[in-house]
Design a protein around this ligand. Sequence first.
Ligand code: HEC
Length: 134
Amino acid sequence: MKYIFFYTLLLSLVSCKNSTKTYNEGAILYKRHCENCHMSDGSGLEALYPPLAKADMLKNLGVKAACIIKYGLHGKILVNGIEFDTGMDPVQNLSDVEITNILNYIHNAWGNRKQFIQLNEVTHTLENCKTQIK
Ligand code: HEC
């Protein structure tokens, strides 16, 4: 019984450390690759760039947001009831690990909350969206 307790404690400590790591690394990558348009507080920019903070579209996309990062997004979209049609080009040269970290950041920053995403979920999702998603 005692061992199970310590084992559980150890496991939760390890997973907590991993989630802090992926979140922090995601924050750095977000600053470098996304912040110009989606802003440091995820609020977007007026009618040009959609918000990520408390955005229904991002929430509904979940892990599929990986496809937008890797393959871009074009065409009309609706985010929190507001229409956007600027188009986003693919963000080049990001590894699956980096995309995972960015996802874990944007899904948990600015009041957003989502269970942390694993690398294999991202790799699997990206294999299924090799063409642009809409
Ligand atoms: C050059 C500006 C630009 C950059 C850089 C950029 N985006 Fe976007 N993003 C857009 C635009 C514009 C749209 C809306 C696309 C459309 O009109 O169909 C969008 C849409 C999105 C969406 C779906 C809509 C929403 O608000 O939920 C997500 C998610 C997203 N971007 C995430 C990212 C992430 C993560 C990065 C960095 C890895 C990034 N973007 C970099 C401009 C940008």
